[in-house]
Design a protein around this ligand. Structure first.
Ligand code: SAM
Length: 162
């Protein structure tokens, strides 16, 4: 059985591999990138470093990130995603080229219940051809699961395409 350290490392390695793959696959798209869950801001910092020519909007209920990884105020969509995702559909429409969700905590069962709840809120925001990267399995009707890139560990990260 994997240790918690093993699982953590696998998650980090997978997040980077999946984000790099998704950033590259969607590089020709112009729609915005949505980061769901800022946390410390590591994955936001990574995307800001490697995403070119696309706006990055961050969804977070309480910003508490590293100062180097704090988005400008006009790029933060503050509040609970259960409310801000439907509001963002009205604001943006189905335009997201890339959505990354890392909203979960330590309880896998709670994470799964939450993933089931937010999947239908994320789905209509995706542009055709857009990719969704998630730390949890998602439950989409119209998005299809994509094979993980080299370096990512099964079950530690998931990728879906609209
Ligand atoms: N990927 C981040 C990083 O690399 O630093 C870590 C994200 S952390 C695991 C999860 C974040 O999601 C937390 O900051 C938490 O406040 C946020 N979050 C969880 N549930 C949320 C919700 N319902 N609405 C908005 N933000 C939420």
């Amino acid at each position: 059985m994997s240790s918690r350290l093993d699982l953590f490392i696998d998650r980090m390695v997978s997040q980077r591999a999946c984000l790099d793959f998704a950033i590259s696959e969607t590089a020709a798209m112009s729609g915005p990138v949505f980061e769901l869950g800022l946390g410390n801001g590591r994955t936001y910092h990574h995307m800001r470093r490697y995403v070119e020519n696309r706006d990055i909007f961050v969804f977070e209920r309480a910003v508490a990130s590293h100062p180097d990884s704090t988005p400008p105020e006009d790029r933060v969509i503050l509040g609970d995603v259960r409310e801000t995702l439907p509001q963002s559909l009205e604001r943006f429409g189905p335009v997201a080229s890339l959505v990354h969700a890392d909203l979960g905590g330590h309880n896998r069962q709670k994470n799964d219940i939450f993933a089931r709840f937010v999947s239908p809120l994320i789905e209509p925001l995706m542009a055709p051809g857009g990719l969704m990267v998630s730390s949890d399995r998602m439950y989409f009707d119209t998005l299809t699961e994509v094979a993980l890139p080299e370096g990512a560990v099964e079950e530690r990260c998931f990728i879906y395409r609209r």
